[in-house]
Design a protein around this ligand. Sequence first.
Ligand SMILES: *Cc1c(COP(=O)(O)O)cnc(C)c1O
Length: 485
Amino acid sequence: MQKEYAETGNIQNLLSQIGAGLDQYLKFEHKDALHPESRWRDALDIALPQQGVGIGKVTEELVNQIIPNGSAITKPGFSSFITTGPASAATLAATAANIAAPQRYTLNAFNFLEELSMQWLASMCRISHMQGIYSSGGSVANLLALGAARQFAFEKIGQDVAANGMDSPTCLYASEEAHHTIQRAAGVLGIGRRSVRKIACDNQGRMRVGELQRAITADKQSGVLPIAIVANAGTTNTGAIDPLQQIGEIAKQHDLWFHVDGAYGLPGILDERISHLYQGLELADSVIVDPHKWLGASVGVAATFVRDRQLLYRAFTQEPADYLEGAMEQEASSPGVIAHSQDDFGIPYYDYGVELSAPCRGVIVWALIREIGVEGMTQRIRRHRDMASYIAKVARAHPNLELLNEPTLSICCFRYVGPNIVDLNLFNQRLHRRLIRENENLPSTTQIRGQLALRPCFIGARTHQEHADALLDDVLRIGKEMENE
Ligand SMILES: *Cc1c(COP(=O)(O)O)cnc(C)c1O
């Protein structure tokens, strides 16, 4: 006898069970998922089930086996990479959208907030003259911006490259510290990964503008069509901000598209102590920021801003399709006819980017800003920057620490040193592995001028000064232990 499966279950009840499991997770008392004592794999690794177990058992397995063995990323001491657990407001909004608005099209409250939150975000980051579109992350956000740049460059020579393809050699300029998603975008757009001119940086990781000028001049002489200049507002490695004003002026001088990758660092503009470093941002033709980095959104939320979304439309439209447009009320509603949200697509984001089906992301950004305001965001940015400066200050003064890079944003690169350590790179590599095994404070590493650096990046909404102190304590303790071994 086959049993009948029906969609059942009371969301409030089920979510409260998941909520209890998540609160337990947020105490961060469990061991790492790959700890030798963990048994979840035995419980989860079963063959394809022919019979279902029901929503109650699914909930139980989520709470007992899966959530406690999740990622270390949400831990407040996690400072590897530029990724973090979402703030609670983001989780709530994402859950609400997941049920109440599973798509970002049709004009409803969620579609409305998609646009409103984008304007808030632009205004908060001081680019309120720009229009935006959300996408899944900095990778796609950069792709959309550079797609607009490519469209712009070809329209100038009378070609619609998105419609007809391209046959001229092209290139773009980015610093050697630019994120590798720039070169991937160049690959996808037919510019070619090898056609990204990697402009050298100064010893603070900022693009050398003289080198940029030289590269552009050389390309113009050889008949290559330059597509864009990409500047960093916060490099992934060290948080360096390129000289935006100078680069923007060079772009104008050559009538070139000026793109600013602020995936991580754009919110740094909220801290008045460094907002002058963003001077020149107003010259940008496109800007990206990842709310899922410093703003605490759940992963899958990035924003691309351009001056005029019509350019994005020309670059990315899928062109009208019967199954979409035919489903709408075409005539303006006559008097007395009650409009229905199904009769209006709302803002057609699906024509400004590469996704048709996509979640409502704006409500997440709306919730984050609504909860703590620009003031709260500013406090958080300042706090994380202060933590990086604090590590730098201690590292400068302590005989067993060496500062390798003066922090700009919330990344600090430093290492452990001692007179008897023969190979500092190897020593710090091992120290880092031990730090990670302890599973409390988890920075990443990077190379600074060939020197292996410990690299905490503080961005978590749950991350505070005590975590900077704890990291330093751990590094000094482990370093001493290792020296005495
Ligand atoms: C993180 C990052 C990206 C890529 O963003 P994802 O959201 O991980 O796809 C691009 N550029 C910079 C500067 C970044 O820090």
